[in-house]
Ligand binder design. Structure first.
Ligand SMILES: [Zn+2]
Length: 355
């Protein structure tokens, strides 16, 4: 797979360098597909080439036409001469640049570029230095996720994380600024403090609920019957929500939500972003079933478990044979938590297994 990627790149590069006379004065300058010499070794690195080969292979749509290969991603690293950048856009590396400045990583491990503002906290987190923004603009790119070329994450997460973040930017991002989005519902708020959800998860038997979902996913991966474990998960969650309501638990200060509605927000925002990044990696065999299960298992009530609980429900449904396209359509058309991940999970399990 790596060979298939390297060959076309080399061919295009040679063709471009060999035919400079094809560029007439006044013609738009073709986008260079060869990196600046100062950066070449960074991008020729085997782990980077493996990451790109994997990303290029993930062309199957996973969310209303969006596929991981469609992600818009910038990787960067500083060298003596400046900052080396590589742009992934349109399913391939679309350009390289050596720029004066590097990206701003507003979220620590990564940064965003988005073209909107609404006076909220996100405004300062989605801007990039002018040299970066101008270069991306030359490529027709107004929104992207930007990351270091290498990080301390393992190789698999260095592929999964950019897909997860790119989904946030491309599919969810417009709604965060009140802009219309064709593939994301508008009801998922960003003003709910996620730390407050810990009390919700502690209101019932979290381990029983989480363990039942892990069992359902294991059964689905093995081609077995998901019904018993899925129904145990649903029952444990219903009992927890009843206890949380009984205790008067709410999340957020302005227009607070009950636990079920607040968790639905985060199972949408983060659970779906995990589902559309981990799911295709497992389907393609880039992540093993065991790697996915260990990710699913490794959470607790205080560790923002909505990533795993949200993606686990969608993954179990998909592997159990539910109509993923119909589920995504229902989610996008929804106007409240009534069309959230868990509500759809309950409806699908009821249909699959009977009440
Ligand atoms: Zn996220």
């Amino acid at each position: 797979m790596r060979l298939a990627w390297v060959l076309p790149l080399a061919f295009v590069g040679v063709a471009f360098l060999g035919c400079p006379s094809a560029v007439e004065p006044g013609d738009p300058t073709p986008a260079p597909v060869e990196p600046p010499a100062e950066c070449a070794a960074l991008w020729d690195d085997g782990s980077v080439q493996d990451r790109w080969s994997s990303l290029a292979s993930l062309t199957d749509p996973v969310w209303a036409g969006w596929a991981p290969a469609d992600a818009t991603i910038v990787w960067a690293e500083e060298v003596d001469a400046g900052w080396c950048h590589a742009l992934w856009s349109g399913g391939a590396v679309a350009g390289y640049a050596l720029l004066e400045n590097g990206p701003t990583y507003g979220f620590g491990a990564y940064g965003y570029l988005m073209p909107w503002s609404n006076g909220g906290f996100l405004d300062d987190l989605v801007v990039q230095p002018a040299s970066v923004t101008d270069w991306l603009g030359e490529h027709g790119v107004a929104s992207a996720v930007l990351l270091p070329r290498q990080s301390s994450f393992d190789a698999l997460v260095q592929l999964q994380l950019p897909i997860h973040e790119a989904f946030h930017v491309a599919v969810q991002g417009p709604t965060w600024f009140g802009e219309p989005a064709v593939s994301w519902p508008a009801w998922m708020r960003l003003d709910l403090p996620r730390a407050e959800l810990e009390a919700c998860y502690q209101a019932g038997d979290f381990d029983a609920e989480h363990g039942a979902l892990v069992q359902a996913v294991e059964a689905a991966l093995a081609g077995g019957d998901v019904c018993g474990a899925a129904q145990s998960f649903i029952a444990a969650r219903a009992a927890r929500y009843a206890a949380a309501d009984g205790a008067g638990l709410t999340v957020g200060s302005t227009d607070p939500l009950g636990c079920a509605d607040a968790e639905a927000v985060y199972e949408g925002l983060e659970g779906v972003a995990d589902a559309v990044s981990w799911g295709p990696l497992v389907d393609a065999g880039i992540a093993s079933d065991a790697e996915w299960l260990s990710r699913l298992e490794a959470t607790n009530a205080g560790a923002d478990p909505f990533y795993q609980l949200g993606s686990g429900q969608l993954f179990a449904l998909d592997r159990a044979g539910a109509d993923a396209t119909a589920i995504v359509s229902a989610f996008i058309a929804g106007t409240s938590a009534d069309a959230g991940v868990h509500a759809l999970f309950v409806a699908e399990i009821d249909a699959l297994c009977g009440r």
